[in-house]
Design a protein around this ligand. Structure first.
Ligand code: AMP
Ligand code: GLY
Length: 423
């Protein structure tokens, strides 16, 4: 098969690494890709939402399947674009259609879906510019901290958690009236604060059958001890030690099953990954959010633990035959630690040469914001490279990730030294 992956991060490098191992993949393209995918696939410099350019590439290279990494093209309807095109309609796209991608594209849509299908989540109400005053009143009925969520996609920045009521009211007005997150905050979901420990569950579905991938825990804050600004993710661990079998059974029974059944009941076609952000409150899982893609950097620890040929799994997702697939998981733990550009998640510089890549031993460096330039690997984003390792325990894996990170260098490189600190 000839396969195209859309995206350019650590997640997409990991997908490319895994797909390239399959004897069924004859040719692999990544658009636009990065310096990591350049070594194992052919990068094509087109944007992930440039649908006409994607069509041209798919036809020119006779691509047999498209695997979508990030949410943007899904929420903008890349799958529908294929289905509605006479010459593309039979080419499978891994990732949901636009209507189903609203699970990530609209927080309100996701909340309504969960309420409709009795999936445990935080109590909420949503507001827009015409009823800000009611939003203020709703905030007064809640206990701090206050959770405000922009309804639409805001590049992971649309959630505010505030301790002070006046500040919460001011931010609500900022979001609704002053368009703090542009269109994304023309509607805001205000939610009950859930106190607990977070983890993520990854589900594959063909629309009727589902399989559950290993759990992972990601570290979102920039600073050690989970402090400072939110980022895309600074590291991840799989499996999650506190996710016992009993707890996993609850996740499956109370959340995964009703989610997949809910999609069918609501006539929402879905061939792709569902990433369920969970919080463990007491002994019970509650959903914080749905994403319609894999997580980054969670993918960098989840896919390395999948023993199956990923192409077989993707084909089954596309064909509706996922029930015939037996998911096999590597018993070892996997960890990843993200190196980032100094300043991230605020302003940072790009174009810094990354050295030491040839000295890495016993870990897998997944490139994220890194590209090839004049034969050198240079930084091109905030999150630069995820160092993934296996170990018999997560501590052993982390030790390897850290040993190898010490061999890497680029100007103003930063990483958290405490991934896994809370486990
Ligand atoms: P989200 O984009 O919905 O995943 O939210 C970003 C982060 O905000 C989550 O990873 C949580 O750490 C936090 N968060 C979101 N909703 C809640 C909630 N209801 N209670 C506590 N923390 C939350
Ligand atoms: N690591 C969180 C995400 O991919 O959304």
């Amino acid at each position: 098969m000839t396969i195209l992956i859309l995206g350019s991060g650590g997640r997409e490098h990991t997908f490319a690494w895994k797909i390239a191992q399959s004897p069924k993949c004859e040719k692999l393209f990544v658009a636009p890709g990065n310096s990591g995918t350049a070594n194992i696939a052919e990068n094509v410099n087109i944007g992930v939402t440039d649908f006409p350019a994607i069509k041209e590439l798919v036809l020119r290279e006779q691509i047999d399947m498209v695997v979508v990494g990030p949410e943007d093209p899904l929420v903008q309807g890349v799958h529908d674009f294929f289905l509605n095109d006479e010459v593309l309609k039979n080419i499978p796209v891994i990732g949901p259609v636009k209507a189903s991608a609203e699970l990530e594209g609209s927080k309100e849509f996701a909340k309504e879906f969960m309420i409709r299908h009795e999936i445990p989540t935080a109590a909420y109400e949503s507001f827009n510019a015409s009823n800000v005053e009611e939003g203020f009143k709703f905030l007064e009925t809640l206990n701090p901290p206050y959770v405000l969520k922009a309804d639409g996609l805001a590049a992971g920045k649309g959630v505010l958690i505030l301790n002070d009521l006046d500040e919460a009211k001011a931010e609500l007005k900022n979001m609704l009236v002053d368009a703090k997150f542009g269109d994304a905050s023309s509607k805001v979901v205000i939610e009950e604060f859930l106190d607990g420990i977070e983890l993520s569950c990854f589900v594959l579905t063909d629309g009727k059958n589902y399989k559950i991938l290993p759990t992972a825990k990601d570290y979102k804050r920039i600073g050690e001890g989970d402090t400072g600004l939110n980022t895309g993710g600074m590291g991840a661990v799989s499996p999650v030690p506190f996710a016992t079998e009993a707890f996993l059974n609850k996740i499956e029974g109370q959340i995964v099953k009703p989610t997949v059944e809910g999609l069918q009941k609501d006539n929402l076609p879905y061939q792709g990954f569902i990433f369920i952000g969970l919080i463990k409150v007491g002994e019970d899982p509650k959903v914080i959010e749905y994403n319609v893609r894999m997580g980054d950097p969670e993918t960098e620890v989840v896919l390395p633990r999948l023993k199956n040929d990923l192409v077989d799994v993707l084909v089954a997702m596309a064909n509706g035959t996922l029930d015939a697939i037996e998911i096999e998981i590597d018993e070892r733990a996997a960890t990843t630690v993200m190196t980032v550009s100094g300043g991230y998640p605020e302003a940072y510089e790009k174009g810094k040469e990354i050295t030491g890549l040839n000295e890495i031993e016993g870990s897998i460096p997944f490139h994220a914001g890194a590209v090839l330039k004049d034969g050198k690997v240079v930084t091109s984003g905030g999150r630069v490279l995820a160092m993934t390792s296996y170990g018999n325990t997560y501590e052993e894996a982390l030790k390897k990730s850290y040993q190898n990170i010490e061999k890497l260098n680029f100007d103003k490189m930063y990483y958290r030294k405490d991934i896994g600190f809370d486990l």
